[in-house]
Design a protein around this ligand. Structure first.
Ligand SMILES: Nc1ncnc2c1ncn2[C@@H]1O[C@H](COP(=O)(O)OP(=O)(O)OP(=O)(O)O)[C@@H](O)[C@H]1O
Length: 231
C-alpha cells in the first residue's frame, strides 16, 4: 500500500495541501479528481518524493518514507509520470528508455517499451523532442511498464492528445491495471477515469472532500462542482 496520512505541503510559505490522507492499495485503481489548482499535482509530487511534506506521513508497504527523495521512492516501486511530456527531448527514444531502465538490462527495457507501444520501435534513434505529442506521452508512459513499478502515479497523461491517442493510452492503463500495478490517476476525462477506478477521491482547495466508490458519486454534482467540460 502507498499511504499518505495527514499530509500538509506547499511551496515556500504557501500551503497547498491541508491534512490530506489518501491510500493506494496494491493492484487497485484510484482516481484523484478536482478543480484546477486543487493540489492534485502537488499530492503526486509528495507521493513520489519530489516534494517533502511539512507534516504527515508517507509510507510504502508499511515502510515510513516521509521526507525521502524521489530515487528512494522509485526503488520502493513508485513511478511518477508527470504532467506535460515526461521525456528528455534532446535524447533519443532509446536513450530515454535507457534512463527509464535505471541500470537494468537495456535490450530488455527496449523490448518491453516496444511491446506496449510498437510505434516506439520504429523511432529508437530519433530525438524524443521530434516525436508527436502522443508518441512522447507513450514514451513517458512506457516508463511505468519498463520499471515494473507497483505504484504508478499518472498526472493528466491524456491531456491535449487526439481522441485516437487517448483511446490507446486508456487501453494501456487498463493493461497496466490488469498486470497488477496500482494506479493513481489524475485525469480530466472523468468518466473514463471512473470506468477504471475502484475508488475515487475528490479534492478541492487542498483538502479531500469526498472519498468513496465511483458508484457513490452523484455525477451531476461532480461535473457541475469540480470538472467543467471534459467528461
Ligand atoms: N512550483 C510551485 N510554486 C509555487 N506554487 C505552486 C507551484 N506549483 C503549484 N503551485 C500552486 O499550488 C496550487 C496547487 O497546484 P497543483 O498544480 O498541485 O494543482 P492541480 O490540482 O494539479 O491543478 P491543475 O489541474 O491545474 O494541474 C496552485 O495554487 C498553484 O498555483
Amino acid at each position: 500500500m502507498l499511504q499518505l496520512d495527514g499530509i500538509s505541503a506547499g511551496y515556500g510559505g504557501a500551503r497547498v495541501l491541508r491534512d490530506v490522507s489518501l491510500w493506494l492499495p496494491p493492484k487497485s485503481v484510484v482516481a484523484l479528481l478536482g478543480t484546477n489548482g486543487a493540489g492534485k499535482t502537488t499530492l503526486l509530487r509528495v507521493a513520489s518524493g519530489l516534494l517533502a511534506p511539512t507534516s504527515g506521513r508517507l509510507s510504502v508497504d508499511g515502510e515510513d518514507l516521509t521526507g525521502k527523495r524521489a530515487h528512494t521512492l522509485a526503488r520502493s516501486g513508485v513511478c511518477h509520470v508527470p504532467e506535460g511530456r515526461g521525456v528528455f527531448p534532446t535524447l533519443t527514444v532509446k536513450e530515454n528508455i535507457l534512463i527509464q531502465a535505471a541500470g537494468g538490462d537495456v535490450g530488455e527495457a527496449v523490448e518491453r517499451a516496444v511491446s506496449v507501444f510498437p510505434v516506439l520501435g520504429q523511432k529508437l534513434g530519433q530525438l524524443a523532442g521530434s516525436l508527436s505529442g502522443g508518441q512522447q506521452q507513450m514514451l513517458a508512459l512506457a516508463h511505468a511498464y519498463v520499471t515494473e513499478a507497483d505504484y504508478v502515479l499518472l498526472d493528466e497523461v491524456s491531456m491535449g492528445l487526439a481522441p485516437v491517442v487517448v483511446d490507446e493510452i486508456f487501453e494501456f492503463l487498463g493493461r497496466l491495471a490488469d498486470d497488477g500495478r496500482a494506479l493513481l490517476l489524475v485525469e480530466q476525462y472523468v468518466s473514463r477515469a471512473l470506468e477504471l477506478a475502484d475508488y475515487v477521491y475528490l479534492m478541492n482547495r487542498g483538502r479531500i472532500e469526498f472519498a468513496g466508490e465511483p458508484g457513490e458519486l452523484d455525477s451531476d454534482r461532480l461535473v457541475a462542482q469540480y470538472l467543467g467540460a471534459h467528461t
